[in-house]
Every structure is written in structure tokens, then in C-alpha cells.
Design a binder for this molecule. Structure first.
Ligand code: ATP
Ligand code: ATP
Ligand code: MG
Ligand code: MG
Ligand code: MG
Ligand code: MG
Length: 254
């Protein structure tokens, strides 16, 4: 095709290929979900419908992008880990972030009704997306540990905050004041002594977040025998510490 005289404007586009042989993480996060959750009457501190919808949307992303070997979600965010050697979109950073974020958002809306059958979204939800590179396996493991530690800190805070309001009759500002400067141990103690809640008995999904892990598993054939099939498993467990990585060593293979 003949080139037009306008063709030169393409040169203004900048190169954004991710460094080769490096872990690519795309994280999406809901825009203003503090407000979105309040306006849609999410159960506090943890609305199970929203969490299952988030994981449904994340599974749709993993089904489309087979080079995502692992995803981790909590609250209004999901992180997607592409295998180090992926060549999808020639590793172009903005292509990866926008495609993942766009598919996640549209799947979130597409499947909304299955999780909130009696409620329509009041306006279109928005997610942001970013690409981050981690050069070493340890960096990538530490990234996931960071998100899971964040989940733990926030969930302990939110569980105590909402117990003070829902069971203790405090206003949000009174609850905030009461919790200001408290350590984890003090929140655990307050939950137990005042409300009889043992934080460790709260569901793992809210304490640890959700892991979606891709694994090859044998599936039985009608003719007898088995065939290896790649499947996505949903788990609620520690990614902090080595156990997870020892049991899922296939994830670290390029
Ligand atoms: P930003 O646009 O900067 O991300 P945000 O309001 O989304 O702002 P976040 O730090 O992302 O702020 O926090 C998300 C908030 O959404 C939580 O603090 C919580 O109030 C709410 N939220 C997210 N998921 C749930 C859920 N499953 N149940 C109840 N509330 C939730
Ligand atoms: P890529 O993922 O690389 O963008 P693509 O298939 O979307 O691949 P484009 O170059 O973006 O390729 O072209 C979009 C194509 O979508 C068009 O070539 C056309 O076939 C189709 N298309 C888009 N809009 C319309 C429309 N309004 N009516 C009919 N066909 C359309
Ligand atoms: Mg934020
Ligand atoms: Mg948010
Ligand atoms: Mg968030
Ligand atoms: Mg197109």
C-alpha cells in the first residue's frame, strides 16, 4: 500500500517493550471503589459477591492470556503474572496493561448479573492498570508477598473497624479514632475481648486473598487412560513463605 504523507506521525509512538526474560506483572485496581462499594450496598467489610465477581473476571483474563501463570486478588485489585519468556504482544507494556485491564473490566460487567442478580450497576465501573517488571524470582515472590501482607493488614483493620460500627454501635469517625495507632495484636485482642471474634477463624478468602494458579493435571479420557490438561485452580492460602513455591515449582520454569 502507498504510504501517505501523514505516515510520519507513527514515529511519535515510543517503544515500550518490556525487558526480555523478566517477570511481567499487570495489576488492575478499581477506581474509587470505596465509593463504588458504598453506593452499591456492598456488605462490609467483605462482600462475597464482589470478591467472586472479581475472581470470575480474573479467570476470564487467564483463559484469554495463556501465558499468565498466576494471578492474585484481594479487595478491588488483581495482579496477573506473565511467565518470564512470554512473547505476547511482543512484550509491549501498554498493549499488555490495556488489554488485560480492558478485558478484566468488560468481564466484570459481563458477569455482574451472575453475582448481583437483583442489582444493576448504577454507572460503569472503572479499573486502572499498570505493568511492572521484576527481574529475579525473589523479586516476583516478594511482590506477591507484599500484596498478601497488604491484604492482611487492611483486612484486620477493616474487620475491627466494621465490628466497632456494626456490633459496637460506634460512628465511623469514633471507630477510626479508637483504632488510630493500634498494633495488630491490639486489634486481635479488641476483636476477641469485645466481640468474641477470633480473627484466625475468619474465612481464608478474606484473610489471605485469592490465588488463581495454572496447572497441568491429568484428566480421564472416555476411552480410558488420561490426558494432561491445563486448568486454572482457585486457592486461598499463603504465598508468603516457601511452601507455595515448593508445591508449585512449575511456575518458576521459564
Ligand atoms: P483508588 O481509585 O485510588 O483505587 P479506592 O476507593 O478504590 O481508590 P482502594 O485503596 O483501591 O481505594 O480500596 C478499595 C476500597 O473498596 C476498599 O477500601 C473498600 O472500601 C472497597 N471494597 C473493595 N472490595 C470490597 C468488597 N469485596 N467488599 C466491601 N468493600 C470493598
Ligand atoms: P487488532 O487486535 O490487531 O487491532 P483487528 O482485527 O481489530 O486486530 P484492526 O486493524 O483494528 O484489526 O481492524 C479492525 C477491523 O474490525 C476492521 O478491519 C473491520 O474488519 C472490523 N470492523 C471494525 N469496525 C467495524 C464496523 N463498524 N463495521 C464492520 N466492521 C468493522
Ligand atoms: Mg489506590
Ligand atoms: Mg481502588
Ligand atoms: Mg485497591
Ligand atoms: Mg483492532
Amino acid at each position: 500500500m502507498a504510504k501517505s504523507k501523514f505516515e510520519y506521525v507513527r514515529l511519535f509512538e515510543t517503544e515500550d517493550r518490556c525487558l526480555p526474560n523478566t517477570w511481567i506483572v499487570v495489576r488492575v485496581d478499581g477506581k474509587g471503589f470505596h465509593k463504588f462499594s458504598a453506593e452499591h450496598g456492598f456488605v462490609k467489610p467483605n462482600d462475597g459477591r464482589s470478591l467472586s465477581l472479581m475472581s470470575h473476571a480474573a479467570t476470564a483474563v487467564m483463559e484469554e492470556f495463556k501465558d499468565i501463570c498466576l494471578a492474585y486478588g484481594q479487595s478491588d485489585e488483581y495482579s496477573f503474572i506473565f511467565r518470564k519468556g512470554t512473547q505476547v504482544y511482543s512484550r509491549r507494556s501498554s498493549k499488555l496493561a490495556t488489554n488485560v485491564c480492558s478485558l478484566f473490566t468488560s468481564a466484570f460487567v459481563f458477569h455482574w448479573n451472575e453475582h448481583f442478580p437483583t442489582l444493576k450497576p448504577l454507572y460503569p465501573p472503572v479499573f486502572d492498570g499498570r505493568t511492572v517488571l521484576y527481574p529475579s524470582d525473589q523479586n516476583m515472590k516478594d511482590y506477591l508477598a507484599w500484596r498478601q501482607a497488604d491484604c492482611h493488614i487492611n483486612n484486620l483493620y477493616n474487620t475491627t473497624f466494621w465490628a466497632l460500627i456494626q456490633k459496637g454501635g460506634l460512628s465511623p469517625s469514633e471507630a477510626e479514632l479508637k483504632l488510630r495507632g493500634t498494633l495488630a495484636g491490639e486489634k486481635n485482642e479488641l476483636l476477641f475481648s469485645q466481640f468474641g471474634i477470633n480473627y484466625n477463624n475468619e474465612p481464608e478468602m478474606v484473610r489471605k486473598g485469592t490465588i488463581l494458579v495454572r496447572r497441568r493435571t491429568p484428566v480421564p479420557l472416555p476411552s480410558g487412560g488420561t490426558r494432561e490438561k491445563s486448568q486454572i485452580f482457585r486457592e486461598y492460602r499463603d504465598v508468603i513463605g516457601e511452601d507455595f513455591w515448593e508445591e508449585n515449582s512449575h511456575l518458576l520454569a521459564a
